[in-house]
Design a protein around this ligand. Structure first.
Ligand code: SF4
Length: 412
């Protein structure tokens, strides 16, 4: 088994209690796994009674309470009654591991630390040096999985590793890095679609799917695309469709009718159509949208220029790296690489935009704690709900608010 993890993975320590600015034990639904639930059945006394009362016997879901949807076992000091009375060994799988996350890809495990935790988020945003992905191999045996598209996974791994290198190219502005990353994902996606067409159809392949190998020609083309975007000076006329189109201005939309301000407002508005987790999330987004309508396009642009000079590309680079690492390989399951990379870019742009609005509100100033608060709340709303993740992904695939043309306009 091969494990990948960011170099900061083992540094994380939960501070818990009142030292944590925003406990993770509220707002989202916690589900107790079967093995832990069996242990809970033998707990007696007041705690045992609360467990029997508040944990659903069939689904294992813990009934949250109050406006903040707090976990039943989170006490007034923001400490967990289960840990206090029974010890950490009695925590369910979710609570024991959170905010650590493991993504399973047949014989590969990808470990990450979710920045839905404000402490993890702050550590990421304060980090100066470029992040690195580490690799370790264990003797555990591979999982046999006939439904896993191994040829695609191998190509995605190659592309993803190069995209992560691209996020760290500090000789380029962050906008350029995002643009090249979108280009790389877009052009590789075209090769993935070509190969998809060779999938065998028929009754038997509906039960056991066929995953054709990439041809030597396709592999070589994917390598040329990656090279073209990683090192644009090496780009030749055959590859780099997106960057060529940008240079020839073929991809631009009419900037007179769709401004960057409107494009970003539309993206923020799309968040209001999803499930709200924190009860104040929509009203916060609405207040952001209201502030934007009170600004003319030229006021917006001149303020944005000033703001961009004050925040460093390094924070945006860390966020971009985080999202690309998390999302890219998951496209092995749906073949939607381009949508996943759009999602990484859009998330980074939205966080920057929300910081920008806070900076304006606070008289052209924003603290690191305010940045953390905004970034971790946004990520919580999107990532802590399966329904929201699915909707966000599908908006990237189909909604014109997230078209390549609009993103190119914003980034150039
Ligand atoms: S949000 Fe982070 S620091 Fe706070 S309790 Fe949860 S894991 Fe610990």
């Amino acid at each position: 088994m091969v494990y990948y993890y960011p170099d900061y993975f083992y540094d994380f320590k939960c501070v818990g209690g009142k030292s944590c600015p925003d406990s993770c034990c509220h707002i989202w639904q916690i589900t107790v796994d079967k093995n832990t639930y069996k242990k809970y059945k033998s707990v007696t006394g007041e705690l045992g009674r609360r467990m029997a009362d508040k944990i659903d016997k069939v689904t294992g879901k813990i009934t949250p309470h109050g406006e903040e949807h707090r976990c039943e076992f989170l006490n007034e000091d923001n400490l967990c009654d289960i840990i206090l009375e029974l010890g950490e060994d009695y925590l369910c799988e979710t609570c024991r591991t959170h905010p650590r996350h493991e993504e399973v890809y047949k014989n590969v495990r990808e470990l990450s630390i979710s920045i839905t935790c404000p402490i993890a988020c702050k550590a990421l945003l304060m980090r100066e040096e470029p992040a690195r992905i580490c690799r370790k191999v264990s003797s555990e045996t591979d999982r046999f999985d006939i439904y896993f598209d191994e040829p695609l996974f191998n190509q995605l791994l190659y592309v993803r590793n190069n995209m992560l290198k691209l996020t760290k190219r500090r000789d380029m502005g962050i906008g350029g890095r995002m643009l090249f990353m979108l280009g790389m994902a877009h052009d590789v996606q075209m090769r993935m679609i070509e190969r998809q067409k060779r999938k065998q159809k028929g009754f038997i392949h509906n039960i056991i799917p066929s995953y054709p190998e990439f041809t030597e020609q396709e592999k070589s083309e994917i390598k040329s695309i990656v090279d073209a975007y990683y090192n644009p000076s090496a780009y030749d006329k055959e590859y780099g469709y997106v960057i060529k189109s940008v240079v020839s201005r073929k991809l631009f939309i009419n900037s007179d009718t769709v401004t960057i301000k409107k494009a970003m407002s539309d993206m923020i508005f799309a968040l209001c159509t999803m499930e709200q987790l924190k009860p104040t999330w929509f009203s916060y987004l609405q207040s952001v949208l209201n502030v934007r309508t009170q600004m003319t396009d030229s006021e917006y642009l001149s303020n944005l220029k000033k703001f961009n000079k004050e925040i460093t590309d390094i924070q945006l680079e860390q966020l971009l790296f985080y999202f690309v690492y998390l999302y890219c390989l998951s496209s092995v399951y749906d073949g939607q690489l381009f949508a996943k990379i759009k999602m990484a870019v859009v998330n980074t742009l939205i966080i920057r935009e929300l910081w920008f609005m806070k900076w304006l509100e606070e008289g052209r100033h924003i603290t690191i704690d305010e940045q953390v608060e905004i970034a971790h709340l946004f990520v919580r709303e999107v990532e802590n709900s399966d329904e929201n993740m699915e909707q966000w992904d599908s908006l990237m695939q189909r909604n014109p608010r997230f078209s390549l043309e609009l993103l190119v306009d914003i980034l150039t």
